[in-house]
Design a protein around this ligand. Structure first.
Ligand code: NAD
Length: 380
């Protein structure tokens, strides 16, 4: 009895209502979620596992799926790579909403993940949980192997055995590594990563292709380009700059400011993810094994860039932030960091062609949204 109670216990994580999938998993699947109300004529709701649901992008994607009436099984291990209270605060926005529940689970927990897939039977998976960050991959490479390689393997196996209709997963613009041809295209070869983070993301694309080929699992990899916006990541430039400028501290500006990034607003990323989720890839009949195009395949496999297609100079980015904060930054100019690239720009032709969408939010609109959120969350 006690064992069964322990297996099926609902735990609270801090203040949050958390459905914790402990090991061993409950022998019988949990009761199905109540159907959220649907406006007449809308498509049938989907049952979607969103990994990294307490993370920046996963939180926004989960919110959007719930808004349109889907059922979301959020997964995250709430690790302490950055401020856990921020992850909990994001999660607090999701818990209690009809159609949402949360599994506190590590991707590397192979049995736990297998049990989650068996019990929840998701139709689609948006896999966003990962050890992110280029610079940290020079400090702690093993974290990337565990979450991004072992974890990805476990997700693929869960999808394969669970008969998932579509796996959408996060890759990264970092895969373009040493490439200099701009804009970066999914048709380019990406065999020259310059960080282990990038190498794990490229490895994910290769692993996904294998499962698309061997088991017919439809997979779509999304190469995100420097995402920013409300509820963003504290290890990324916008967050770090904002905190430092408000505290009157200097900011580190790498490569002496001679950098461009294709900064992409979170709202555009979410729109892209959801549209792609709805478009299950099929084998490309035009794929030619003699002139093998890296962006598509004879298997149900696709890759898309999601970027703004309008790279911005780092110094212009800082200028817009200064205007929003009403305060000048003290700039500390430094050389390029190992693992970093000088410039990124996304070719988004395939995204526009296949899902009729192109990101459009300029930094002059997106940065004020971030600053507004920052003040509301951390105070003036
Ligand atoms: N934010 C960007 O600019 C950007 C750019 C390119 C790619 N990406 C990719 O997009 C995805 C989402 O990024 P994000 O910015 O939301 O990052 P994030 O760190 O905010 O979110 C990732 C979430 O995954 C969770 N997680 C990490 N390892 C886990 C594990 N082993 N088991 C369970 N949960 C785990 C973390 O706790 C975190 O909440 C990542 O795969 C990232 O590599 C992000």
């Amino acid at each position: 009895m006690e064992e069964q109670a322990a297996r099926q216990r609902m735990t609270s994580h801090e203040e949050l209502e958390v459905y914790e999938l402990t090991s061993p998993f409950p022998p019988s699947p949990p009761a199905p979620l109540p159907e959220p109300p649907q406006p007449p004529g809308s498509p049938a709701p989907l049952r979607v596992v969103v990994t990294g649901a307490a993370g920046f992008i996963g939180f926004h994607v989960s919110k959007r799926l719930l808004d349109r009436g889907d059922q979301v099984i959020g997964l995250d291990n709430l690790n302490s790579y950055y401020d856990v209270t921020l992850k909990e605060a994001r999660l607090a926005q999701l818990t209690g909403r009809p159609g949402f529940r949360f599994a506190k689970l590590d991707l590397a927990d192979r049995e736990g993940l297998a049990r989650l897939f068996a019990a929840e039977k998701p139709q689609r998976v948006v896999h966003l949980a990962a050890q992110a960050g280029v610079r940290y991959s020079l400090e702690n490479p093993h974290a990337y192997v565990v979450s991004n390689l072992v974890g990805f393997m476990n997700i693929l196996e869960g999808c394969r055995h669970g008969g998932v209709e579509h796996l959408v997963y996060a890759s990264s613009s970092s895969v373009y590594g040493a490439n200099k041809v701009s804009p970066f295209s999914v048709h380019h070869n990406v065999d020259h990563p310059v960080s282990l983070y990038a190498a794990t993301k490229k490895a994910n694309e290769l692993m996904a292709h294998t499962y698309s080929h061997l088991y017919g699992l439809p997979t779509t990899g999304l190469r995100f380009f420097t995402v920013y916006g409300p509820w963003g990541r504290p290890d990324m430039a916008l967050f770090i700059f904002t905190r430092a400028i408000l505290a009157g501290k200097p900011i580190d500006v790498f490569n002496y400011g001679k950098m461009q990034r294709d900064f992409t607003y979170i709202g555009d990323i979410v729109e892209g993810v959801v549209r792609v989720l709805d478009k299950v890839p099929t084998p490309d009949p035009a794929w030619d094994a003699v002139a093998a195009d890296p962006g598509t395949s004879a298997a149900p496999y696709r890759l898309y860039n999601i970027g703004n297609n309008r790279p911005v100079e780092l110094l212009r980015f800082i200028e817009v932030l200064e205007e929003c904060l009403g305060k000048k930054a003290e700039k500390h100019f430094l050389p390029l960091q190992p693992g970093d690239v000088v410039s990124t720009c996304a070719d988004i032709n395939e995204l526009m062609r296949d899902v009729d969408f192109r990101p459009s939010t300029p930094i002059e609109e997106g940065i004020p949204h971030f600053v507004e959120w920052y003040h509301s969350y951390y105070g003036p």
